[in-house]
Design a protein around this ligand. Structure first.
Ligand code: GLP
Length: 241
C-alpha cells in the first residue's frame, strides 16, 4: 500500500520524514537504514542532528547503507557521497562509522562489487527503512529510465539530465559519468520505503510514479509494486500540471 502525506512547505515535509526515521530508530535501536543523498535530503539530516543534540534519539546501534556512489572518485573527494554523508550527518551524531556503508565505486568496478554490497545488506538483516529521493526524470538511486524492475546493485552510466542536475555539487561542474547504485530490485527489498520529493521540478516525476503500472520510462513507478511506501511531498511536488 502507499500513503501520501502532503505538507505546505518543503521543510515541513523534511521534518516529518526526520520524525518518522526517529520513531523507527527509537522502536528499533539497531535498525538498518537505507540512506540517500541529494539536496532534498539535506534538511532531513539537519533535523536528525538537531534531534540528536536535544537527546531525543541515539544512532549508536544503527547500520546504514547508502543507495549509491559515484564511480572513480576517492571516498575523500569532497564530491563523493561518502564525504557528503560524513559532512551532512555522520560526523555530527554518535553513529559507528564502521557500520555506515556506501557502494565501493572504483571505475573498473566489477560485477563482484555489486554482489558484495547486496550480500552485506542481507547479512545485516535487510533494510528496515529505505529513504528515497526522486530525480527529475523519475530516477531512484541512480537507476535511470530503462532500468529493469529486478535490477540489483551495479555500475551504471548517468544520463545528461542527471549530470546537469548534480553539477552544482562539483567545483567546476564536472560530475563523474558513472556510479554504482542499488538496483530497483534492491530498493524494493526494503521492508519500508520513505520517499521525499519537494519542489515543482519533481511534480511530473511524482505524477508518473503513480501512473498505474511499472514503466521503465519512470523508474519510481516500480514503487507501486511495494506493500509499504510512504510519500512525503510538499504542495509544489504534489501538484502535477
Ligand atoms: C541524485 C541521487 C538521487 C536523488 C536525486 C535527486 O541523482 N543519486 O538519489 O534522489 O539526485 O536529487 P535532489 O534531491 O538534489 O533533487
Amino acid at each position: 500500500s502507499s500513503q501520501r502525506h502532503i505538507f505546505p512547505t518543503s521543510d515541513a515535509a523534511a521534518q516529518a520524514v526526520a520524525a518518522h526515521i526517529i520513531n523507527t530508530v527509537k522502536a528499533k535501536p539497531d535498525a538498518v537504514l537505507g540512506l540517500a543523498t541529494g539536496a532534498t535530503m539535506e534538511p532531513v539530516y539537519a533535523h536528525l542532528i538537531a534531534a540528536y543534540q536535544r537527546g531525543d534519539v541515539r544512532f549508536s546501534g544503527v547500520t546504514t547503507f547508502n543507495l549509491d556512489e559515484y564511480a572513480g572518485l576517492s571516498p575523500s573527494d569532497p564530491g563523493s557521497y561518502r564525504s557528503t554523508m560524513d559532512r551532512l550527518f555522520f560526523d555530527h551524531v554518535d553513529i559507528d562509522k564502521n557500520r555506515t556503508f556506501l557502494p565501493e565505486a572504483s571505475l573498473d568496478a566489477s560485477a563482484a562489487a555489486g554482489n558484495d554490497y547486496e550480500a552485506m545488506i542481507v547479512k545485516a538483516g535487510g533494510i528496515d527503512l529505505q529513504l528515497l529521493g526522486i530525480g527529475r526524470n523519475g530516477h531512484i538511486g541512480f537507476n535511470e529510465p530503462g532500468s529493469a524492475i529486478d535490477s540489483r546493485t551495479r555500475l551504471v552510466e548517468l544520463h545528461e539530465e542527471t549530470l546537469a542536475a548534480n553539477a552544482k555539487f562539483f567545483d567546476g561542474g564536472k560530475v563523474p559519468g558513472s556510479a554504482i547504485t542499488m538496483g530497483i530490485g534492491t530498493i524494493l527489498s526494503a521492508r519500508e520505503i520513505v520517499v521525499l520529493a519537494t519542489g515543482a521540478a519533481k511534480a511530473d516525476a511524482v505524477r508518473d510514479a503513480h501512473c498505474g503500472t511499472f514503466s521503465e520510462d519512470c523508474p519510481a513507478s516500480a514503487l507501486q509494486t511495494h506493500n509499504r511506501v510512504l510519500w512525503f511531498l510538499d504542495s509544489a511536488a504534489a501538484d502535477a500540471r
